[in-house]
Design a protein around this ligand. Structure first.
Ligand SMILES: C[S@@+](CC[C@H](N)C(=O)[O-])C[C@H]1O[C@@H](n2cnc3c(N)ncnc32)[C@H](O)[C@@H]1O
Length: 221
């Protein structure tokens, strides 16, 4: 059993560990609100990168309908594996995906190597929540787990445009609730791995630059 990382207890207990709050927060409307109405668009942007028959991994749970939608997208000719480090999240995901035989949920820390390769890996709003040393280990693991010709899809925060109207609010959110997010915005995701040169990278930003989708496609060998 993986240990719960200290940041989960010290910073994110209210969001992902406390059972009462978790039950309240695990709804698409909550994600939609936190992402200023952009969650559905960002989910769609992630899901459209995968196709029926893909064998895919999601690095951590996401509230709302993303896990089920991704599992439906790859379908029973493919497979969908979700990992999460928090026991209550694992339990809830197993319920969400009940009856989908091609979907599985594993209790694991994303900093541990995945041990196999996939057609696609989805890392949705995980990197901004983890300390920098975790960012490096997770991006490395994700890239290592992509087979040649396959892709990794990262959706997360991004450095917003200079005069973005939400800028001051986001500054306060990062300052008081998301202490590891600013460093993600100050860098490029490809800078977090030595394997980056084996991939071609594309980036698309959303909502005045506040969000990014980065797709890393592994060059076929
Ligand atoms: C993907 S992030 C945030 C996603 C988004 N904010 C949402 O609406 O759910 C949240 C999940 O990441 C998980 N998590 C955090 N650190 C992790 C790690 N090192 N390995 C695996 N899962 C992790 C938490 O348990 C939680 O379920």
């Amino acid at each position: 059993m993986p240990e719960l990382p200290s940041y989960m207890e010290e910073i994110y207990d209210w969001a992902y560990v406390n059972p009462r709050l978790v039950a309240l927060l695990d709804r698409q409307i909550v994600v939609q609100t936190i992402l200023w109405g952009n969650a559905n668009k960002l989910v769609k942007a992630a899901v459209e990168e995968f196709k029926p028959g893909d064998h895919m991994l999601q690095t951590a749970n996401v509230y709302g309908y993303l896990p089920k939608t991704l599992a439906e997208r790859v379908g029973p000719t493919g497979s969908y594996e979700l990992r999460d480090v928090t026991p209550i999240q694992v339990k809830r995901c197993r319920k969400k995906l009940a009856g989908m035989d091609h979907a599985s949920v594993i209790h694991a820390n994303a900093i541990e190597p995945y041990g196999r390769t996939f057609d696609g890996v989805c890392c949705f709003f995980l990197l901004h929540e983890v300390p920098d040393d975790y960012k490096y280990r997770i991006v490395n693991n994700v890239l290592e787990a992509v087979r040649p010709g396959g892709k990794a899809v990262f959706v997360d925060y991004h450095q917003w445009n200079r005069f973005h109207p939400m800028g001051p609010i986001m500054w306060a959110v990062f300052r008081f609730l998301e202490p590891f997010a600013a460093s993600l915005c100050a860098s490029e995701i490809q800078n977090y791995s030595e394997l980056s040169s084996k991939f071609t990278w594309t980036k698309k930003t959303f909502f005045g630059g506040l969000y990014q989708k980065v797709v890393a496609t592994r060059v076929a060998e």
